[in-house]
Write a protein that binds this ligand. Structure first.
Ligand code: TYD
Ligand code: MG
Length: 455
């Protein structure tokens, strides 16, 4: 006998189960398990009486269609992160910590799109219309033809959007939206999921681009079900450190462009202004060459970006030495320390290690390995690296150096900013970069010997 065909799935993480329970074993959320109602065509041969789906029209991959027309805000940093402009019918999620500047960014974006003739509606579920208007005034954008509403009722919002048919709708924020057919409080997993689903479906159905603002949890994820990230076409994170004025808009997923693209902004008294040369900005606080400071020539998305890494190494007063990292991966730091110890015989036991990426930037590229190692050694030995030198390259567990991608672009950017030499793994392709001395090495021991005369 066939088993019961009922299946249940978790609204938060999507895990599926064959029986209902109050708590999801997958993600630990309560009250998220729901019955899945299948719509299969029925068993293949025998009981053909059941209603079947209609057959689909299949097409070829090759097509005559032009790529989707994109609308431009004129804010170059934003347009680039979107993959070259806003695609019609796309759903975009913009996540970030409270107070980081999401509403400011999106109000500016709304105003710019509207001024470029894109019909734009901005729905705020967090602020009253008067507050949004005051902000627009402060940003000098009060004359932009943006239509405004302060509302949280999803049904009313969808009805309005359906009647108005804007080209762009901004929903600030998805956590405040409330669907009256879902019985739980706004901000709950089911509400966020339902609202995102309705709004994404609306975008697909009508061709309106929808931008959803999402708050981020302490763990750095967009609050609410992870399925929301799968539902939308593009996920952008707006990040930055509270104490710094830099803000970075980063695409972590984009169905219409490269992921990992960044746009750099500066928060000023009159809103966010674009930073067209981020390397200059990230290096602006750099003083005289000092021990522990190294300039890393990185690539963010399609663009080279130079950032300063700072390390401090000091004898530890604690029985367990501290490892503190800001802007980089702490697991990766542990790995570099282990490789330095095992392959080059340079121990860090009993020493506190602090590593900081200057300017509030976050780096995830493995090519930063060599720059981190250089900063750590420079701090430990109290020796500054040669002046006007950039460093990049990946370190493998064996202590070998692996060439990084786009060596040439990194060198060009370094040269543009007045650097005269670079330390990199051998084997990287670097044609056409004259004017910068390239010092290549194949392993970490060689690097330590050459730069610090030890090893
Ligand atoms: P906001 O856009 O409200 O953040 P979010 O929507 O992500 O919660 O930004 C709030 C912060 O930005 C607030 O602390 C004040 C600051 N700010 C400026 O520095 N300059 C400005 O022109 C504006 C509008 C805000
Ligand atoms: Mg806000």
């Amino acid at each position: 006998m066939a088993k019961s065909s009922k299946t249940f799935s978790c609204a938060a993480c999507g895990a599926s189960f064959n029986k209902w329970s109050g708590r999801c074993d997958g993600c630990g959320e309560w009250n998220t398990i729901q019955e899945e109602k299948g719509i299969s065509a029925g068993p293949p041969s025998k009981s053909l009486g059941a209603r079947r789906g209609s057959s689909l029209e299949l097409t070829d991959l090759a097509t005559e269609e032009a790529p989707p027309p994109r609308s431009h805000s004129g804010i170059a940093e934003l347009d680039r992160v979107l993959g070259g402009g806003l695609v019609p019918a796309s759903a975009i999620l913009v996540g970030g910590d409270p107070g980081i500047g999401k509403s400011t960014l999106l109000l500016q974006a709304a105003a710019h799109f509207a001024k470029n003739g894109i019909k734009t509606i901005y729905v705020s579920g967090e602020e009253a219309s008067a507050q949004v208007r005051m902000r627009a005034q402060r940003l000098g954008l009060a004359d932009a033809p943006v239509k405004l509403a302060a509302e949280t009722n999803l049904r009313d919002i969808l009805t309005t959007l359906d009647a108005e048919r804007p080209q762009l709708a901004i929903i600030d924020s998805i956590q405040t939206m409330w669907a009256d057919n879902v019985e739980s409080a706004p901000g709950s997993v089911s509400q966020v999921r339902a609202a995102s689903h309705e709004l994404t479906a609306f975008a697909k159905r009508t061709g309106t681009s929808v931008i959803l603002v999402g708050h981020v949890t302490k763990e750095g994820q967009i609050a609410g079900p992870r399925v929301v990230e799968h539902m939308v076409d593009t996920v952008l994170y707006f990040e930055g450190e509270r104490g710094h004025q830099f803000r970075i808009l980063r695409s972590v997923k984009n169905r219409f462009g490269p992921a990992d693209e960044i746009g750099v902004f500066e928060m000023t008294g009159r809103g966010l202004s674009e930073v067209t040369n981020p390397s200059a900005l990230f290096l602006s606080e750099r003083g005289q060459p000092a021990a522990g400071s190294v300039v890393f020539a990185g690539i963010e998305g399609t663009r080279p970006v130079l950032v300063e890494l700072q390390a401090l190494v000091a004898p530890s007063p604690h029985s367990q030495a501290r490892r503190t990292v800001v802007g980089w991966d702490s697991g990766r730091l542990a790995m570099i320390l282990a490789v330095l110890e095992a392959r080059c015989g340079i121990p860090f036991a009993g020493l506190d290690v602090y590593l900081n990426v200057a300017g509030g930037m976050k780096i995830s590229e493995p090519a930063a390995d060599l720059a981190v190692a250089a900063a750590l050694l420079s701090a430990r030995e109290d020796v500054a690296l040669p002046a006007e030198t950039v460093v990049f390259g990946e370190i493998s567990l064996s202590g070998a150096l692996r060439p990084a991608s786009q060596t040439e672009n990194r060198l060009k950017e370094a040269q543009k900013l007045g650097f005269t030499s670079a330390i990199a793994p051998s084997g990287g392709k670097a044609v056409g970069t004259s004017g910068i001395t390239l010092n290549t090495m194949s392993d970490l021991t060689g690097f330590v010997g050459e730069i610090f005369g030890a090893g």
